[in-house]
Design a protein around this ligand. Structure first.
Ligand code: ADP
Ligand code: MG
Length: 255
């Protein structure tokens, strides 16, 4: 149904193939579910690269804790089963997840890095503007660092864009959403917090809950919610955007 585009871009293979020393330059962001580190890899060849290591926390927030962290119950949270349609689990794991056993919780925890790497890789291959995926680790993923030694890229919410940049950011977002949708993916947690702004370029991050049109019946609805979410942010900054027109165009690309 979705012809997968040929790999448009590849992260440089020497990133994985050549020997390197790695040092941690500290925490970029400590969130409720994941902690994001800045790491530097020094390669034998002399190249040095800054990368991001996003590591999932091995813990299960309780409903009370989630509320404390500002989640309201009506919001679909990443742990909602909506996002799990399309996960390939054994029948034993599937049952454990359904019955919320300890093993089921472990299965879900283990799946987030796997999902994020898979979705980031799909997104990158469909030419969306995302950090390039480098590798999966036991508890997370390593990807391109958006920023430089002086600063990490700000989220769109903190980037102080000019009027012209706001219009450009929306246009760029639509370009990337066309790429994602043509590649069969919906981000499913799109917001101005999961968009970085770096040197005039918008970069989409945070894809573990992304779903595919082929395996998740809620994909169209999630796409509409994504669009409405980000459109709200742009509209509050004075840009006129047409969510329904954008949705109509994108859904046409998905099928
Ligand atoms: N590749 C990256 N380059 C630069 N900063 C990043 C990168 N990935 C994540 N971050 C920073 O870490 C924060 C949290 O990452 P995110 O993937 O959104 O995780 P979560 O929202 O689940 O905690 C982001 O808002 C951003 O500030
Ligand atoms: Mg995020």
């Amino acid at each position: 149904m979705h012809p997968r585009p040929a790999p448009a871009r590849e992260a440089p293979s020497w990133l994985l193939d050549e020997p390197y020393d790695e040092i941690s330059l500290g925490t970029l962001k400590s969130g409720k579910e994941a902690e994001v580190f800045l790491i530097e890899r020094r390669y034998a060849s002399g190249s040095t690269v800054l990368l991001t290591h996003k590591r999932y926390r091995p813990r299960r927030p309780s409903a009370g804790e989630l509320r404390e962290l500002g989640f309201n119950k009506a919001t679909l949270y990443r742990h909602d089963s909506t996002y799990r349609a399309g996960w390939f689990l054994s029948s034993r794991d599937r049952r454990a997840v359904a019955h919320k056993t300890d093993h089921g919780h472990d299965v879900i925890e283990r799946m987030w890095p796997i999902r994020e790497m898979t979705m980031l890789d799909l997104a990158w291959r469909s030419s969306a503007s995302v950090p390039y995926p480098v590798e999966r680790t036991d508890d997370g993923i390593v990807m391109e660092f958006i920023g430089d030694l002086d600063a990490a890229a700000p989220r769109l919410t903190q980037a102080h864009l000019s009027v012209g940049e706001i219009a450009s950011a929306w246009d760029q977002l639509l370009v990337s959403l066309r790429a994602l949708t043509s590649g069969g993916i919906v981000h499913a947690d799109l917001s101005a917090y999961n968009l970085l702004w770096w040197r005039g370029r918008i970069v989409i991050i945070d894809l573990p809950q992304a779903v595919e049109f082929t395996t998740n019946a809620d994909a169209p609805e999630l796409l509409h919610r994504d669009l409405a979410n980000v459109a709200g942010w742009f509209e509050r900054r004075g840009l006129e955007v047409d969510v329904e027109a954008a949705f109509g165009e994108l859904i046409g690309l998905a099928w």
